[in-house]
Design a binder for this molecule. Structure first.
Ligand code: NAD
Length: 284
């Protein structure tokens, strides 16, 4: 299979899915939005009516193409540089969002990476990088979002004061040998998300997570780009297809909209049934 290539035409087609514009009048930030799942989320949020901020840390050209296509399709998009693991850069990004859009209503904390190694070969730098981006980055962005939601106060565009969607993984649940840093970061994210939801939901801030299974993006290209690799991957997926960023983008819109107003502290698994542990279907 190949990576999904979004275009101006596909962006216009997405508008038909969201004719009721559930996020109209709201502002959404997606971190790591110039690639893969983040791009899918930001394109769906924009089609659903949100003014979107495309965060990037590398490849500004890719971010610019996404911003241009959203704006040309009649949406509203800007881009903002920040390394999500760098506190001063995250604060500067939020200042820029206030300057460009007035406030923020939705954070999709998506940025993440892998640095895989056997435990004996894993360097401290690999461990720290994964923890810094996948876990510290979630803390820094969620903290700034909560502070902005409190500063701004409730408004008529949503029943909630603000929404936070954390991009977790099936590996918050499924152990993953040779990926101990990544699995630990996502396991940690699960309890970060739940604890934060408990803490701020009385203020009407809704915090939830999405746990994707195997979604074809640059992060995992070795797992699906050859027919042999894809066949091997499909053995783990009862629904018998690899996911695409649109599968996640649709859930990000739902979790950000009033349609999910009573959903708090939940993880939505979007994995084609991976977490049913298909290998047990023939034994165990
Ligand atoms: P990807 O590599 O296409 O995208 C990751 C994005 O994060 C990129 O835009 C990258 O530049 C950005 N990023 C990395 N470090 C950053 C930093 N310090 N600051 C800001 N941005 C940074 O991969 P993806 O598959 O789209 O991954 C997105 C998220 O989804 C990750 O959190 C990943 O763990 C999670 N996830 C992916 C899958 C999958 O199958 N693809 C499955 C489960 C979870």
């Amino acid at each position: 299979m190949q990576l999904i290539q979004y275009t101006l035409e596909t962006q216009k087609e997405l508008l038909a899915e969201y004719s009721h514009q559930p996020l109209k009048g709201q502002v959404a930030l997606v971190t790591g939005a110039n690639s893969g799942i983040g791009e899918g989320c930001v394109r769906h949020l924009a089609a659903a009516g949100a003014a979107v901020v495309v965060n990037y840390v590398a490849d500004p050209e890719a971010a610019q193409v996404i911003v241009d296509q959203i704006n040309q399709s009649g949406g509203q998009a800007t881009m903002a540089f920040a390394d999500v693991s760098n506190e001063s850069q995250v604060k500067t990004m939020f200042d820029q969002i206030r300057n460009d859009h007035g406030t923020l209503d939705i954070l999709v904390a998506n940025a993440g990476l892998q640095r895989d190694a056997f435990i004996g070969d894993m360097t401290l730098a690999q461990w720290d990088l994964v923890m810094n981006v996948n876990l510290k980055g979630q803390f820094l962005c969620a903290k700034e979002a909560v502070l902005e939601y409190r500063r701004r106060g409730i408004r008529s565009t949503s029943r909630a004061l603000g929404k936070i969607v954390c991009m977790s993984s099936v590996h918050q649940l499924i152990p993953w040998a040779k990926h101990t840093n990544y699995a630990a970061s996502k396991g940690g994210l699960m309890l970060f998300m739940q604890s934060l939801a408990q803490e701020v939901s009385p203020e009407k801030i809704r915090v939830n997570a999405i746990a994707p299974g195997a979604i074809a993006t640059p992060i995992n290209h070795q797992a699906w780009e050859t027919p042999e690799a894809e066949a091997s991957l499909l053995k783990l997926i009862p629904y018998d297809r690899v996911g695409i960023p649109d599968d996640i983008g649709r859930a990000a819109v739902w979790l950000s909209s009033d349609a999910s107003d009573y959903v708090v502290g939940s993880t939505i698994f979007i994995d084609g049934g991976m977490c049913t542990f298909e290998s047990f279907s023939t034994g165990g």
